[in-house]
Write a protein that binds this ligand. Sequence first.
Ligand code: NAI
Length: 794
Amino acid sequence: DRPMDVATYLETMDYQTSLEDKAEAVDWLEKNNRQFGHFIGGKFTSFKEEGSLEILNPSTKEPLARISSGSEADLEAAIRAAREAQPKWASLSGFERARKLYALARLIQRHARLFAVLEALDNGKPVRETRDIDIPLAARHFYHHAGWAQIAETEFADHEPVGVVGQIIPWNFPFLMLSWKIAPALALGNTVILKPAELTPLTALLFADLAVQAGLPEGVLNIVTGDGKTGSILAAHKDVNKVAFTGSTPVGRLIRQATAGSGKSLTLELGGKSPFIVFDDADLDAAVEGVVDAIWFNQGQVCCAGSRILVQESIAEDFLRRLRVRMNTLRVGHALDKTIDMGAIVSADQLARIEAMVARGVAAGADLYQPETDLPKDGFYFPPTLVSNVEPTSELAAEEIFGPVVVSMTFRTHDEAVLLANHSRYGLAASVWSESINQALEVATHLEAGVVWINGTNQLDAAVGFGGKKESGFGREGGREGCFDYLKPRIWSKNPPRKEIAVPARKDTSAVASIDRTAKLFIGGKQCRPDAPYVTPVLSSKGVMLGEVPKGNRKDIRNAVEAANKASSWGKKTTYNRSQILYYLAENLSVREEEFADRLQSLTGVSAASARKEVSLSMSRLFSYGAWADKYEGAIHLPPIQGVAMAMPEPLGVVGAICPPEAPLLAMISLMGPLIATGNRTIIVPSERYPLIATDFYSVLETSDIPAGVVNIVTGSSEELATVLAQHNDVEALWAFGSASLSKIVEANSVGNLKRSFVDYGRQIDWHNPEAGEGELYLRRATEIKNIWVPYGE
Ligand code: NAI
């Protein structure tokens, strides 16, 4: 192409094609003969033709390279290398690990241009984005986490690394996701096996070169390429201590199932359908630019893309008109062209998926607006698309499209905006546009999302945790909150396998329980009869029958969840109020200290002194959570914007808690305390062996100021009720302490709504030791951080 002469240019003012030079990236590919093995134990294995995968340039469909498909044997070797390297890596000083991460950050910066070009070639995203966003943010991640490595010994003194981590990443931000995964894992003393997406592995392979240059010890980082099969072998491998996954929700579910009960820790960063809310007092031109960044950044292949515009009815016409005008100026083209706004869709399959979804939407009556943009002839392209006339429940409005397609809907009132925004099974991110700070912050606190941007969108920083609520997954990446996902409490590593509690033979076979010896359930603030008339006898340690408790069933759990749902205002109460109520519960228990001690003694057979100690510790624990209620407060992050990000711990919602057999009063209080202190509503299943201690507690609850529905207690079989709670879609999280099989039941059954689970894999916690049985460890699991980005200045 001959450059246009200046006179003609001035006449048309058209953009010209301005391709970034790809010579260095091509040299690197050629140097590797355009074919790659895996990076295991510090070396590249040789390329294996059999089962290998072709890597295409989505901008042109030209082949770029071939990669090997990781087999079981490859993963075996990689996991072994990671396992061998882990103790030594973890025992290095923070400074020594920090220096390696720092070296990696420096090397990324030194080779930033090569990374940016290679990423654009491999993924099809504009080089303007890889150059200005993906690669600088990846370097930022390594710098930030070099910092955590440096101070980890003091900041996380009571934690230790999880061990060997399997990480599986998607194709939409290949190198950025690599950095989000690898940097925190290595910083905190773990070793890694990373599986890049099969469509976009090249920058990960280039990074392996850097790991060698940075002198990263062999085996600390391993990269095994391949498709979903390779990923599934990695996720299920018995020697992997943690799986960190980013990708689609269906695969997230498969991984939850594959790891259930294995003791692996798991974080899932999944799909989204994030609302982009425009109020009538918003700066409309700024909000239009916001939409461009929200949905046409990376061709909309962004998990936190603002893909649902909710615009206030009074300004909808004006706003959408301005948006269409702006759309007419968007340019779509080759990823290396520096003058384009949008590049290529990652693959033929992904393009076909987008086309099919949009076609179904149109058939169902949706209206499309697509500007008359020239799309390049080769490659996988889809124009920027605005969809209107859709119902909130339609496929286009409810499902993740993962393409440059945004739907728009209107709302009238502030409450309607919140309702529509939260009408999604996802809860990853949200944008709120309003010039009224009061309105924007108020809405932000009501949105069910892990990240909320006020008058902004798609802002990301290593210091600010990122991650979802609901079916968008669990765990956070970035910041202090993200570090905990790569650590485990030191004291918990010493938890012994739980001792079975022998049930004594029943002695007083004569007694048929009289009605007044049968406890009830505690639901919605009242003692109530169970759905079915079945009861279980409760024996003393000597085998004497002390009473009976109902065998709660599915219907009882349903009623309890309904009562808990109605008590949602508990989460909005002031922390002062919640702390007062916890202190008051302790006070009410203290009035009946002796009675509870006697009951514990006859139930469990412990000495009078031990029983008194358990009651006294239970009161102390309630005091602890009364104390924490107004002290577990979150943080202010200072990302590189003119503004702040407020990291606010929020309650999860309705949480089930299955109590273990040991220390029946103290353990129950230890689970209930953190959950209600942080604003959750609970359904407690008391210790199956000693439920009477919980039914005695009803009257303590009744005489306290705790609102109806905040604490519900259903007695019965731990495993049966755990299954029901795990499968209930209105239960957001489930804590279960007991047998190893209970843990497995909880994790395997919680895939439906991707519940957060907190289990002990059958290992006993020393509830008497406050270091193991109370504090921030529990408060963190009772909450999820929402980061609200608040800009300031004009
Ligand atoms: P995917 O979820 O299948 O792939 C993500 C990663 O998981 C890849 O590395 C893949 O090899 C791996 N993987 C696939 N199956 C696996 C299994 N059974 N066990 C372990 N690892 C497995 O996503 P895919 O197929 O690339 O895209 C499909 C749809 O998923 C897209 O259309 C998009 O809607 C959505 N998606 C969402 C992402 C997000 O971040 N929210 C990222 C990528 C895709």
